[in-house]
Design a protein around this ligand. Structure first.
Ligand SMILES: *Cc1c(COP(=O)(O)O)cnc(C)c1O
Length: 392
């Protein structure tokens, strides 16, 4: 079967795909339709927390599929509340709402902040977001995502978002008005190429929000669920958000998103927000299996160690290859910058060598493998990358 040719005829032209059709996965490995094996350092875009087809996740999905797949939010269901309990017991937040994707979580977080603004801030509704951010692709979240390449295509965009400079608390202060109800940030910007702010930036933004009485929203869709070496990235910056969004790693591949909020920020009343599929038993059973595994096996600590090992290997690459200039990351959210725009070329050559990587910028590769990756598997990936770099 020539799947790329079939896609060319049938699918809306949205994705710039890498020329490979993946058909099977196990652990950190995947196989294509010709049986070729790859080490997966893309991890479904920081989604496959437990790797591919982890038996614990497969078993939880199978069991729930035989028990109850969907009911509607007219009724209480057990997996929804079991997942809620693990999330609340292991975070600084008090309440949760489940959606189906990341963008539904961020959009819902903004709705929650607007309700808070109506009730407590004299009708304030503006949300401040920062340059290079990524919050998803609905029309409203395109306005929140402060990057012209996403915004220009869809103008006019909804009002209510103020885009200011990243990593600059003074810019947030200058952008705050009597209409501001919240600031929304990613603790580490994933889509922008793994951008880590100054150590005290989030602390200063948190303090500013407190001073103004506005809400501090952290979009942890990419950084949450142990990806950066702590269960949530906010733990590393000494701040607590009023609202936090999760998605990518939460279901380890089963679509699910979540809005978490402190009691104070929980401004929704029955009827204010909802959804048909969000929080359904199947997705929540998956999320519960993932969260329970991550917490019980202290995956955050092993991610921290694996991330340090990965970074050491990348530092070795930088020492040996002039074209590689900087490695950044926390845990297993890592980027490698090059002097030249060779990330597309490298992605293709790595593919031929049996390694999946993500070209996040023209001159930057991103690595976000399953959190269960071993040092041996990291070394294997690094060997392939070294061979590819030597062949340039
Ligand atoms: C991926 C991502 C989103 C959007 O999630 P989708 O599930 O693609 O809608 C939002 N914010 C951040 C930080 C992300 O990484």
């Amino acid at each position: 079967m020539n799947w790329p040719e079939i896609e060319e005829r049938l699918y809306l032209r949205t994705f710039r795909r890498v020329p490979v059709t993946l058909v099977r996965g196990e652990g950190v490995r995947v196989w294509d339709d010709h049986g070729k094996e790859y080490i997966d350092c893309v991890g479904g875009w920081a989604v496959n927390t437990l790797g591919h087809c982890h038996p614990v996740l497969v078993e939880a999905i199978e069991r729930q599929a035989r028990t109850l797949i969907h009911t509607s939010n007219q009724f209480y269901t057990v997996p929804q509340l079991e997942l809620a309990r693990v999330l609340i017991e292991n975070s600084c937040l008090d309440r949760v709402f489940f959606a189906n994707s990341g963008v539904e979580a961020t959009e819902g977080a903004v709705k929650l902040a607007r309700r808070y603004g109506k009730l407590h801030l004299g009708g304030a509704y503006e949300v401040i977001t920062v340059g290079h951010s990524f919050h998803g692709r609905t029309i409203a979240m395109t306005a929140a995502t402060a990057q012209s390449k996403y915004q220009e295509l869809y103008a006019p965009l909804p009002v209510g978002f103020t885009n200011v400079e990243w990593n600059d608390v003074e810019a947030i202060k200058a952008g705050t008005t009597s209409l501001t109800c919240a600031v929304m940030l990613e603790p580490i910007q994933g889509e922008a190429g793994v951008r880590i702010p100054d150590e005290d930036y989030l602390r200063k933004v948190r303090d500013w929000c407190d001073e103004k009485g506005i809400l501090f929203i952290l979009d942890e869709i990419q950084t949450g669920v142990a990806r950066t070496g702590t269960l949530f990235a906010y733990e590393q910056f000494g701040v607590k958000p009023d609202i936090m969004t999760l998605a990518k790693g939460l279901g380890s591949g089963v679509p699910i998103g979540a809005i978490l909020a402190t009691e104070k920020a929980s401004a929704f009343q029955p009827g204010d927000h909802g959804g048909t599929f969000g929080g359904n038993p199947l997705a929540c059973a998956a999320g519960h299996a993932v969260m329970t595994y991550v917490v019980q096996h202290d995956l955050a600590s092993s991610v921290k160690r694996a991330g340090e090992h990965f970074m050491q290997q990348l530092d070795g690459i930088i020492a040996d290859f002039d074209v590689a200039v900087e490695a950044r990351g926390r845990g297993l959210l890592i980027a490698l910058d090059f002097k030249e725009d060779i990330a597309d070329e490298l992605t293709l050559r790595c593919l031929n060598g049996g390694l999946l990587v993500n070209r996040v910028r023209p001159n930057t590769l991103r690595f976000m493998p399953p959190l269960i990756i071993s040092n041996g598997e990291i070394d294997e990936a690094i060997r392939i990358l070294r061979t590819v770099l030597s062949s340039l």
